[in-house]
Write a protein that binds this ligand. Structure first.
Ligand code: RFL
Ligand code: PHB
Length: 397
């Protein structure tokens, strides 16, 4: 068995793991990142597209702000449409803040490049990742790569391995509370090299189900529609999908939809999930490993970045100033923001989707709520504050 040593062993090279290793590097803390997939696979995963201003600030501090600054699109609002009416949520006017449209694929590529430029230690295509002795002062992680077994001894382990990773499973059942809601629908997404139908994002509630018109650039569009849970993407021809997108966006918006061949097409399940115990001994969870939000609020990646900036600050205080306060407070402080963001994502999901089993009263409540939002600046401000991103607390107290 080959022996490796580092201060923080990081499992997962998604945005959470990569960003954590980069932020630690900048304050002189060593880390080793383990990833089960290949680098091109991780860089090619089409996922999030909307970054909060706070997220952009953290990425800039991490030294990966240059391309984001040049190529990211600054959006000062987005729209909600329902009942043939459209309401613009004027983020900038209502909150003084904006969001940036920049794909998760690009964030990941920028972080990978920064880690490579700093000679960061990343191992791709690893298997059999196992965490050991997380309750002791000397935890370790074992893994295999190319038929060779390795052991990393470390001071801490960061579980950044997404919803299906092994880290969360190490926390004993009696030491964690898992809260979950699985929705009866998924999101069918299409990415195409065609100009977007609008300059800003449009979230649409229709009698046929939810649709979202998003984008990656002035020449690339990203659309989603709600579909039944467990549906097969092969059952959706591109023609059928474009027809359904247009139908749900309504005739005005549909007339601006430019169709084209799919660069990517896939179905994502929709779930709300929180693991209450983001720390166990010397293991700390961050990002999707600890929580999942439905994508309706565009929060998953942003929450992952929020956790990581708290965790990196806490490790910096621990290693560089012998201050344990941040690590002790991490789970509580992170969870406060996570629960508020869960509430927002759940509210947006309930507001805009068609729930198969909802009775006519529930449907009327949904429409009345939308009507209220459309006519109330106070309600629009509350949505804008959440969409633009909640503030970070001071993790060190
Ligand atoms: P990730 O990105 O899942 O990365 C986890 C990494 O861990 C690796 N891994 C392992 N490595 C080693 N050994 C093992 N045993 C391992 N098991 C797993 C995985 O291969 C992977 O590389 O989690 P992370 O870093 O926490 O990042 C979270 C975000 O990726 C996620 O929250 C967002 O993509 C969610 N999301 C959105 N978030 C936003 O903020 N704004 C959006 O607009 C937005 N849109 C979306 C989304 C997610 C979507 N899908 C597909 C679920 C739209 C969609 C359709
Ligand atoms: C996206 O562009 O992928 C996207 C945008 C907003 C969301 C979810 C996904 O709420």
């Amino acid at each position: 068995m080959e022996g490796l040593k580092t201060q923080v062993a990081i499992i997962g090279a998604g945005p959470a793991g990569l960003l954590l290793s980069q932020l630690l590097h900048l304050v002189g803390i060593s880390s080793i990142v383990l990833e089960r997939q290949t680098r091109p696979h991780v860089e090619g995963r089409v996922r999030a597209g909307v970054l909060e201003q706070g997220t952009v600030e953290v990425l800039t501090r991490a030294g990966v702000g240059a391309r984001l600054e040049n190529e990211g699109q600054r959006h000062s609002g987005f729209s909600i449409s329902a009942n043939s009416k459209t309401c613009r949520i004027a983020l900038e006017d209502l909150t003084g803040r904006h969001v940036t449209v920049y794909g998760q694929t690009e964030v990941t590529k920028d972080l990978m490049a920064a880690r490579a430029a700093a000679d960061g230690e990343l191992h791709f295509e690893v298997s059999n990742v196992e965490l050991h002795d997380v309750e002791s002062d000397a935890p370790s992680v074992t893994f295999s790569k190319g038929g060779v077994s390795h052991r990393i001894t470390c001071s801490f382990i960061a579980g950044c391995d997404g919803f299906h990773g092994p880290s969360r499973q190490v926390i004993p059942r009696e030491r964690k509370l898992e809260h979950e809601r699985v929705y009866p629908f998924g999101w069918l997404g299409i990415l195409a090299d065609v100009p977007p139908c609008d300059e800003e994002l449009v979230y649409a509630r229709s009698a046929y189900g939810f649709a979202l018109a998003s984008m990656r650039s002035a020449t690339q569009s990203r659309y989603y529609i709600q579909c039944r849970a467990g549906e097969n993407v092969a059952d959706w021809s591109e023609d059928r999908l474009w027809d359904e997108i247009r139908r749900r966006l309504g005739p005005d918006m549909a007339s601006h939809v430019v169709t084209g061949p799919a660069v990517e097409k896939g179905i994502a399940p929709i779930r709300s999930f929180v693991c209450e115990a983001m720390q166990h001994g010397r293991l700390f969870l961050a990002g999707d490993a600890a929580h999942i939000v439905p994508p309706t609020g565009a929060k998953g990646l942003n929450l992952a970045v929020g956790d990581v900036q708290y965790l990196a600050t806490a490790f910096d205080a621990y290693f560089n100033a012998s201050n344990e306060a941040g690590l002790k407070r991490y789970a509580d402080v992170a969870l406060q923001r996570i629960w508020k963001t869960q509430r927002f994502s759940w509210m947006m999901t309930n507001l805009l989707h068609d729930f198969d089993d909802s009775d006519s009263f529930t449907q009327r409540m949904q429409l009345a709520e939308l009507d209220d939002i459309f006519s109330s600046t106070a309600k629009q401000t509350a949505i804008a504050e959440n969409y633009a991103g909640l503030p970070y607390d001071n993790i060190l107290g």
